[in-house]
Design a protein around this ligand. Structure first.
Ligand code: CIR
Length: 253
């Protein structure tokens, strides 16, 4: 059974980091309700939910994707590019270890945010962004290449993380909103989507993707491709430069 690592949003979510967006009011109660809806979308499709301990003093703690990345049965614990987010790692380490998952980690002076890691089959695209540095990418490469993964560095200047601009469909097609993508030609198969919040998809199974409710035209395009599309409202997280991918870590057995 696939497992989903999540952490409930902090009441201080509104204080989270912002890089490309202006700060606007965030409704913490609505955020919690949206988070519950997100988790339910997985639970009702057979995913086991694993909750990492709350970290209510960490405004961005809900974005667990940035703290740890799965490569098959190996977890890589990240070292956050934003100093304000470094306190998230210890509780994530504890949650991952308690789940019996083997763990490696990125060490100082390396920085890596999981939002900069896009896996397509055994290919790993890593965003060189304001959060992920060359040393972090080198450390990740040293961990992964001996294990049979191919690692490609991708420039990211227009959005926070690589996966704020591109994600991948079940068939490996990389989808992205072109104004936010530095160089679409770096991906062997790329398809543009018509909406900014349509860039992020989570693959639920070979025929189904989960995406934001704020990208209806993109959802229609995916349905036209033959995919089932599940939508969730994640507006309060989008205000903090989050998206559907960053609210969980997917552990597929
Ligand atoms: C941050 O700036 O770190 C958070 N406010 C948003 C993180 C979103 N994470 C992601 O896209 N993987």
């Amino acid at each position: 059974m696939p497992r989903l690592l999540v952490r409930r949003p902090s009441p201080r979510l509104a204080e989270g980091e912002l890089t490309h967006l202006d700060r606007v009011p965030v409704d913490a109660d609505l955020a919690l309700a949206q988070w519950r809806g997100y988790v339910e979308a997985f639970r009702t499709r057979g995913w086991e939910i694993v909750e990492i301990d709350p970290a209510d003093d960490q405004p961005d703690g809900v974005f667990v994707e940035d703290a740890v990345v799965m490569f098959g049965d190996l977890a890589v614990l990240c070292r956050a590019g934003a100093v304000s987010r470094r306190g998230e790692a210890e509780s994530v380490r504890a949650g991952v270890t308690a789940s019996g998952i083997a763990l490696e980690e990125i060490a100082e002076p390396g920085t890596l945010d999981g939002g900069d890691v896009l896996k397509v089959g055994r290919t790993v695209y890593v965003g060189a962004s304001s959060r992920t540095n060359a040393e972090g990418i080198a450390q990740l490469r040293a961990l992964l290449e001996p294990r049979g993964w191919e690692v490609h560095e991708i420039p990211v200047t227009k959005v926070l993380h690589l996966k704020s601009g591109v994600t991948a469909l079940p068939d490996g097609t990389v989808v992205g909103f072109e104004p936010l993508v530095d160089d679409p030609s770096l991906f062997p198969a790329f398809a543009g989507v018509p909406e900014e919040h349509g860039t992020a998809v989570v693959v639920l199974d070979d025929d189904t993707v989960l995406m934001s409710a704020d990208a209806p035209a993109t959802a229609e395009e995916h349905r036209f491709r033959g995919l089932d599309v599940v939508t969730v409202d994640v507006s309060e997280f989008e205000k903090l430069e989050g998206c559907v991918t960053c609210l969980s870590v997917r552990v597929r057995d």
